[in-house]
Each structure stands twice: as structure tokens, then as C-alpha cells.
Design a binder for this molecule. Sequence first.
Ligand code: NDP
Length: 311
Amino acid sequence: MNPCALFTGSESNTLWLTEFEHQFPQLNIQPWNQVVDFDAVEYGIVWQPSSAYFERFPNLKAVFNLGAGVDAILSNPTVPAHVQIIRIEDGGMAQQMNQYFSYFLLHYYRDMDLYQQQQQQQSHWQVQSVKSPNNFRVGILGLGQLGSQLAIHLQSYGFNIAGWSLSKKHLDGVATYAGDEQLGAFLQRTDALCCLLPLTPVTQDILNHHHLSQLPAGAVVINGARGGHLVAADLLQLLNNGHLRGAVLDAFEQEPLDTKHAFWQHPKILLTPHCAAQSEYDTCVQQIGHKLEAILSNQPVTGLINRHKGY
Ligand code: NDP
């Protein structure tokens, strides 16, 4: 078969290549800078490819994105309009997201932030009363591959779960809201807001003062999606004036986060270095390999990006 050009821009290239060779030795996956016949390349496998990648291969038909989020690739002006983008669907990330959000939701639900304050600031021994989990109202922004599985997973804790998406969803045990017109009602019933939206021109800055101030007083925000969703100054204002109880941030507009950024030292912010969920090599290779084989046999595949919607 014609070469399929791999670009990851890092030493992880070798790990991906080894896994493809292991699972799909019949597929001709080559590092993009070692391909000799540029014109022969019709398919690519990429993570944050440089502009040079798309300029090099004039006959590209489709690229597989090695992650769920395609905001970086769509913001690259050299990606030709006719090139299809196929993203990872779950790829082992849903389970990791479930772990990430569960950990921090339990942190607030069981008042661990208050116990930390009692220990660190006051050496104060005081038991906080435990609320019924049904009174802890979790709201998930985005009910796609990751958000819908999170909504199902969190039910095991007994939390009161709702989710918001563009199109209306039906998920057992989850109160679902859809579209701009229902966002206000969704926010007003949410004590812990979990963001798992894709970053698009519409969802850029969605975690702003207008929306976050509609959360009940004492709510928390957990952003496991992209830094571009959040307006930093608005979050800081709502934390500092006491409207919000805390925030957990995994992704940032600029990464790594500047060492002088106010988020680092803020007592109400917990931050992690964009690690909420990572593509699993074996799972993702299996998914991409099967899809590539399907495409080569003219079979349909899922996970195609709608350029108009931006995800
Ligand atoms: P999906 O595309 O499967 O789901 C996206 C969800 O968001 C859908 O339910 C969609 O609605 C909803 N949505 C999109 N736009 C809007 C809008 N304007 N208004 C309301 N709802 C909207 O994505 P995934 O679940 O696979 O991933 C979500 C994001 O998580 C990724 O794009 C990525 O940025 C982030 N991520 C972060 C990681 C990290 O480590 N921090 C790791 C992996 C992913 P509908 O169902 O109606 O289309």
C-alpha cells in the first residue's frame, strides 16, 4: 500500500510506529520526514502537525488525529478544505476522564477543600456534615464520547447529574439540556460544573462571567477540556468575591502555564498540567488501523470532523 505519513512532532513517533508495526504490519506507516514519494501519500496520522506537513503531501485525502480534540488542527490555515479529519473516539480517554472528574468531585463533595484549610491555616479539628449525594448537583457541559460516559459513571456515587449538549440527548438517570436557550436553566441547577466541550468558535470563552455567575453561590468549576473555554479574569473575580467555591483547571490558553500566572498560587484553584486523559497507544492504534483498513475498502467510518461545526 502507499505510505501513510505519521507526524507527532516528538519522540513519541517511535512509540506510535512500534505499535502500528506490532498490530498492523501490513499497513505502510512511515515517519513523514522519511517519506520519499510525497505524491503517493493519501492518508496521514497526526498530532498537531506543522504547516510543512500539508504543503509536502499534495494528494492527502484524510488525516487521523491522534487525540479527541481537533482545535489545534482546525486552527492551522494550511489544512486544505477537502482533507477529511478523523478524530479519536474515546481511545481509552473516557475511563481516565471518569477518574479525573470523580477524584475532584469527591474532593468537593466530601469537603476536602475545607479540611485542607482547617489543617493548613488553623490546625482546626472540625467535622463537616455529609450531605446526601442527591443534593450534589453535577452538570456536564458536552455529552459526547467523554461527557456521556462521565454522566453514566458518576451515577454510581448517587450524584444528581445533568448534561448539556448542542442536540438533545436521552441518557438514563441524566437530566439533559440542549442549546443556548436551555443553558441558563442548566447552570442554575449546577453545583459542580464539568467542562468536556470541544473548543470551537462557539464554545470559546463559554466559561465567562455571564455564564459562571448563573451557577449557584458556592459552586465549583472543573475544566477538563481546553483553556480557550475559560475567561481567566472572570473566573478569578468570581473566586475572589466568594461566588465560586473553587476551580480545577487542566488546560490553559498557553501551555505550559506561565510560572507567574495568578492561577498557580490561588488558594481556591487546583491545577494539573493537561493530563486529565491521554490517548492510549494500543487502543488508538487499533482504532485508527481498523478505520484506515475500512477506508481503503471503501467502507464508512465514524469520527469524521464536521468542519462547519468545528468538532
Ligand atoms: P465529542 O465531539 O464526542 O463531544 C462534544 C460534545 O459537546 C457533544 O455532546 C456536543 O453536542 C457538545 N457541543 C459541542 N458544541 C456545542 C455547543 N456549541 N453547545 C452545546 N454543546 C456543544 O468530544 P469528546 O467527548 O470526545 O471530547 C470533548 C473534548 O474534551 C475534546 O474536544 C477535547 O478538547 C477535550 N479533551 C481534553 C483532554 C485533556 O486531557 N484535557 C483529553 C481529551 C479530550 P452534540 O452531541 O449535540 O453534538
